[in-house]
Design a protein around this ligand. Structure first.
Ligand SMILES: [Zn+2]
Length: 131
């Protein structure tokens, strides 16, 4: 059954056998763990950090970005916002493909901009202003 809320537990050690409907947060290990909110019991590990998930605590817990379980058969996708689950459309294989091709397109655009408008190249040729 799909969960609509998670009960947050701050703990030093994440239990080996987490209970569904609970969100375990270990500040010591900068990690949050919960069982997939769809009820499939897949363990979802979300490392916390600048490049990972952001944890916002205001008495309730919000995790950013969303939890996209594209690697599990359920492909569930949801936000944890103020201890509540906000369900999104499932992550589809097409979505992951699209996301990666978008990334590649963005990279190509970035690369072509560097090649086509080398502002630094003109500066390099002219030398510093005033000389
Ligand atoms: Zn699931």
């Amino acid at each position: 059954m799909r969960a609509t809320a998670l009960k947050t537990e701050f703990t030093e050690y994440i239990p080996a056998d987490p209970r569904s409907g609970h969100l375990y947060i270990s500040m010591e290990y900068a990690t949050a763990v919960h069982l997939c909110a769809c009820g499939c019991k897949s363990k979802v590990v979300t490392p916390l950090g600048v490049a990972d998930w952001q944890l916002i605590f205001d008495g309730t817990v919000t995790l950013r970005p969303s939890i996209g379980n594209g690697q599990f058969p359920c492909r569930s996708h949801y936000f944890i916002r103020s201890d509540r689950i906000e369900w999104m459309h499932p992550v589809s294989a097409a979505d992951s493909l699209l996301a990666s091709s978008k990334d590649q397109a963005a990279l190509r655009t970035k690369a072509s901009k560097i090649i086509e408008s080398p502002w630094w190249w003109g500066k390099f040729l002219r030398g510093p202003r005033g000389s």
